[in-house]
Design a protein around this ligand. Structure first.
Ligand code: G6P
Length: 489
């Protein structure tokens, strides 16, 4: 423990993620408006005891001039955030290109985008170079702010090259890396031209974490099969040095949701929604508008259910909140039009003059509106084609204390491993099965709903985001100590 004038100092934690938990809008030459987002990662880290966390990430905007950079750096410092400035071209090739057009679909088993597969293959090298350059820029900023004794926690697929850069600067730096997406089967990872370089770089970390044992196992297999290294029960060994590889399933701050449901404004909103949808069962989907979320497949399954169950047509409504995301990537633009087309067709087919079966919104909801919506929902549909964890399923469960609604959950979401006993698990590609599960969920007896809910609620309220962050940070500390002992022996 470090001490200052006899007082123990808090452990400093540098969190490095592509995105800062703050979005910045320029108001003038040297003035910025900052909006803090209270996402899962932020509340997880705020809850870690005895840790003084700082956040390092891409500013998310292009700030070519020094005056603007200086002003933004100063404004962000008040939020304990440190910006990384990437120029427009690198940001485009790194974020839209290598991260979201190559790694993201590959890690979710979707392969390269169909139409421009060859073009992507051709631009692969330049995008990978930009990715490495961007990671190096993150590393420079970390290095500038690092103090002896800090621990550095790198997040997600955007920063796979970072652990190696950091260890090259300072081999004593304690570095952890956590992946928020699935890590795919080694057969998928093998197809990536930069497969070995990325694995080796991640292995430079002291501890590597995933949401599930499957992802951790896939990663170890990739290291053994592609790099020829040895997998051990604790991780991967390379010339006597061990990189610990383990599962750390994330959770949510369930108390935050429970507290929100007690607010008078939220209660009022719940009443309004209950009144608005009286006589109809409410089904809900909340997703970023991303191909991994399986939104078209979900809507087609709902159509099949309506087709086969005419008596339900005026008794059920599907509310689909589709939050726009990565709108500069063509694949996402195509998905938006595709979803709009399907929703329009189904509403045309089954709608009446006074009601439509699907309410589709292309936007996000504020936290309180979302809590109210979760609370009035009878059946939540989380049917991702692949998903690292999926915390919407957790949020829904946390808000269902009184209603005890049903969760239909994709078996390909990490959450299926923790909520599988309480949810109805489905293969999202099989719309016949999903349609049948919708029918089963809507007709489920109160006893069965209660039993299933109890299981999920117990899990969600006891495996919190704070526990997740605390465990990772403390294991990161311990693992480094072990690694240092090992080298000294
Ligand atoms: C996933 C990733 C996150 C990312 C988020 C939103 O959950 O694992 O790292 O921040 O999607 O995507 P965006 O590209 O908008 O940051």
């Amino acid at each position: 423990n470090r001490r200052s004038r006899g007082r123990p100092m808090k452990q400093r934690l540098l969190v490095v993620a592509n995105r800062l938990p703050v979005s910045a809008v320029r108001r003038g030459e040297d003035s910025w408006y900052l909006e803090v987002s209270a996402g899962g990662l932020v509340s997880a880290l705020l809850g870690v005891k005895d840790v003084d966390a700082r956040w390092i990430g891409w500013a998310g905007v292009n700030v070519p001039d020094e005056v603007g950079q200086r002003a933004l750096t100063k404004a962000l410092a008040e939020k304990r955030c440190i910006p990384v400035f990437l120029d427009e071209e690198i940001a485009h090739q790194y974020y839209n290109g290598y991260c979201n057009n190559i790694l993201w679909p590959l890690f979710h088993y979707l392969g390269l985008p169909q139409e421009d597969r060859l073009a992507t293959t051709r631009s692969f090298q330049s995008q990978f170079d930009a990715y490495k350059r961007a990671n190096k820029m993150f590393a420079d900023v970390v290095n500038m702010h690092y103090q002896e004794g800090d621990v550095v926690w790198c997040h997600d697929y955007h920063l796979m090259f970072l652990p190696k850069c950091l260890k090259e600067y300072n081999s004593k730096m304690k570095v952890g890396w956590f992946l928020h997406t699935p890590f795919p089967s080694s057969e998928i990872h093998r197809t990536l031209p930069s497969r070995s370089e990325l694995l080796r770089s991640v292995l430079a970390a002291d501890i590597v974490g995933f949401h599930t044992y499957d992802y951790a196992r896939h990663f170890v297999s990739a290291c053994t099969r592609i790099l020829g290294l040895e997998g051990t029960p604790e991780g991967v060994e390379d010339q006597g040095m061990l990189t610990r590889v383990a599962a750390f399933p994330i959770g949510i701050d369930s108390d935050r949701f429970k507290r929100a449901l007690e607010l008078p404004a939220v209660k009022e909103h719940i009443n309004e929604l209950t009144h608005r949808f009286a006589g109809r069962k409410v089904m809900l989907g909340v997703d970023r508008l991303d191909m991994i979320k399986g939104i078209p497949q979900k809507i087609l399954a709902f159509e099949k259910f309506l087709e086969e169950n005419p008596s339900w047509r005026d008794k059920v409504v599907l509310l689909q909140i589709a939050v726009p995301t990565r709108t500069d990537v063509p694949e996402y633009q195509k998905l938006t039009s595709q979803v709009h087309e399907i929703v329009g067709r189904i509403n045309g087919r089954f709608g009446t003059l006074t009601a439509v079966p699907i309410h589709h919104l292309d936007r996000s909801l504020d936290f309180h509106a979302l809590c109210a919506l979760y609370a009035v929902t009878d059946v939540a549909l989380v049917t991702s084609l692949r998903d690292g964890m999926n915390l919407v399923s957790y949020e829904f469960v946390a808000c269902q204390g009184s209603k005890k609604g049903v969760l239909i959950l994709s078996e390909f979401a990490g959450a299926a491993q923790s909520l599988g006993a309480g949810a109805l698990l489905v293969n999202p590609w099989n719309i016949t099965e999903v349609a049948a599960s919708i029918g089963y969920a809507l007709n489920m007896s109160p006893d069965e709903r209660e039993k299933r809910h109890r299981h999920n609620y117990a899990h969600v309220t006891t495996h919190t985001a704070q526990d997740w962050a605390e465990t990772f940070v403390s294991e990161l500390n311990d693992t480094v100590v072990e690694a240092q002992l090992r080298t000294r022996q």
